[in-house]
Design a protein around this ligand. Structure first.
Ligand SMILES: [Zn+2]
Length: 88
């Protein structure tokens, strides 16, 4: 059996990060720790299609960090489809 492949990390450019922020606003995503909905730092995307069979093949987990000062657990993520964030 082959060794498991590393998860596929996709770095996002500024335009793609902007689109992720749009997705966060549209879905009214709130930080699970402090409830912040407005201030996020957007990180890289992790392709989920290979890893989790119950996700769509074009699903990505985008790392986001809550920027509210004093947030006890600022790191979270949002699942988005390729067309929402990666394609023009
Ligand atoms: Zn928070």
């Amino acid at each position: 059996m082959r060794a498991a492949a590393r998860p596929e990390i996709t770095p996002l450019d500024e335009e793609q990060r902007k689109r992720v922020r749009r997705v966060l606003r549209r879905r009214r995503v709130a930080c699970p720790s402090c409830g912040n909905r407005r201030r996020w730092t957007v990180g890289d995307a992790l392709h989920l299609g290979f890893l989790f069979l119950d996700e769509d093949e074009d699903a990505y987990m985008i790392a986001v960090t809550c920027r509210r000062r004093g947030c006890p657990r600022p790191r979270t993520g949002v699942i988005a489809h390729r067309a929402d964030v990666l394609e023009p």
